[in-house]
Design a protein around this ligand. Structure first.
Ligand code: ADP
Ligand code: ASP
Ligand code: MG
Length: 434
């Protein structure tokens, strides 16, 4: 509905441009009934302003973890379709509760589960991707003044069964819905008031960013900043959804909260909307990384395929890969990282494929951390990596592996140094200064 503003000039109805807004509330924002009532006040503010609203909710804080742990307790090796049947339940509760509270406040609201919309996904139970959303019924209901409260994190697969979108997936539900109904904005309400230069729980001096480019947000999210699910940023980038990260703990009726173009929070947007681009925008970190090294591999065509093919078949997500240039022309070393939880499985896969790969020994180490420096400005600035290496050296932090791309540098270190490294890098690039 972008650019399709209507001036409402009926007496008794607020005068102003009408917009279509998707509002997403995360787990801590709907953690109990008091917080759900507060969420309802945010929703009512927008409907009172004459906007068309769809709300996407997560499960109440801690619920999804509890449901996941029950499936594991029931059987460590369980059917992914039944996992989905269980873990999607948290959002069913929170969406119904929010609809009840909204109705009690006089807002015409109705809850919707993924299958009812329907939100169609692929068959990858537990980590499904949204394929299509039919937004037509919701749009018709907007016209009748109804607020849709949609259960996040879930859809329906081609097998006609509930499918969930991977942890943190309600962000993706919200952006996909915003694209499907052509919303003017998708507001992600959470327990922080925007995207910060690094996780404010680790570095209290982190600063809130006014705008972050899609590419940077993709890197931040995929390198550990869990504030947005990676897939939600990809979808927003492709479908040009205007996405704001903002706090549900702000007073719903405080001045400026209903600002249509500039609500308080961080806008995730195209690079060219950002006038003053910093060299470094933020620091992300991911704990629980493991490193695996294969020593004295045959240096021949096909050796990488022989290693990473079986790992990929086993659904192991390999991250940093470093191969040494062969000294003698016949053998080399290969080092790569996987999530710590996948280390044992990776070692089994590699040992099973030992003959085809042809390595001498395999070494492994878990409990590592990956710290990443991210910024679009790096494309045109030299010396960013050298600054990071020197700053870590000054703190006595040893670097185990390095990977870089145009807009990021990732550094693997020992896990216990993660927080010190984040703070060190945050300060060396002046991110704590306004
Ligand atoms: P929700 O339950 O609302 O989806 P999440 O816990 O998924 O919330 O995401 C919000 C959290 O993300 C914050 O509490 C914060 O600790 C963490 N976070 C990590 N990196 C960042 C960052 N760069 N900016 C803001 N928050 C961040
Ligand atoms: N409730 C789900 C989770 O905890 C989805 C979400 O909160 O985004 O992962
Ligand atoms: Mg989240």
């Amino acid at each position: 509905m972008s650019g399709w503003f209507v001036l409402t000039i009926v007496l008794g109805v607020p005068v102003g441009p009408m917009a279509r807004i998707v509002m997403k509330f995360g787990g801590t924002s709907v953690a109990d009934l008091d917080r759900i009532r507060n969420v309802a006040r945010h929703v009512k503010r927008e409907t009172d302003d004459g906007h068309q609203v769809a709300v996407v909710v997560s499960a109440m804080a801690g619920r999804t973890n509890e449901l996941v742990s029950w499936t594991r307790e029931a059987s460590p090796l369980h059917d992914a379709r039944e996992y989905d049947a269980v873990v999607a339940a948290g959002e069913q509760v929170s969406s119904g509760l929010l609809a009840i509270v909204l109705q009690s406040m006089g807002v015409n609201a109705r809850s919707w589960q993924g299958w009812q919309i329907p939100i169609q996904t692929d068959n990858a139970h537990g980590a499904a991707r949204i394929l299509d959303i039919d937004g037509s019924d919701l749009v018709r209901r907007f016209g009748e003044g109804q607020v849709a409260v949609v259960a996040g994190f879930q859809g329906i697969g081609p097998d006609n069964r509930i499918a969930t979108l991977g942890r943190g997936g309600s962000d993706t539900s919200a952006v996909a819905l915003a694209a499907a109904v052509e919303a003017d904005r998708c507001d992600i309400y959470t327990d922080v008031d925007g995207v910060y230069t690094t996780d404010p729980r680790i570095e209290p001096a982190a600063r809130r960013l006014k705008k972050v480019a899609f590419e940077e947000m993709l890197e931040l999210a995929s390198l550990g900043a869990k504030v947005l699910q990676v897939r939600s940023v990809e979808l927003a980038m492709v479908h040009k959804v205007r996405m704001f990260v903002r706090s549900s703990f702000d007073e719903p009726d405080a001045p400026g909260m209903g600002d249509l173009d500039n609500p308080p929070g961080t806008l995730i947007c195209d690079e060219d909307e950002i006038v003053e681009q910093e060299v470094v925008t933020g620091i992300a970190y991911a704990k629980d990384e493991a490193q695996i090294s294969l020593r004295r591999l045959a240096d021949r065509p096909g050796v990488s395929a022989a290693i990473f093919g079986p790992l990929s078949k086993a659904h192991i997500n390999v991250d940093m890969i470093v191969q040494n240039i062969s000294e003698d022309g016949s053998s080399t070393d290969m080092t790569f990282t996987v999530p710590s939880g996948d280390m044992e499985k990776s070692l089994t896969v590699l040992n099973d494929a030992r003959e085809a790969i042809g390595f001498d020994v395999v070494q492994s180490e878990s409990g590592l951390a990956k710290i990443s420096v991210i910024g679009i400005g790096m494309r045109s600035h030299a010396g960013v990596a050298a600054t990071a290496f020197q700053a870590l050296a000054d703190k006595g932090i040893n670097i185990k592996a390095i990977t870089t791309s145009e807009i990021k540098i990732s550094i693997l270190i020992d896990g216990p140094y993660a927080e010190l490294a984040v703070r060190t890098l945050h300060s060396v690039y002046g991110l704590d200064k306004t």
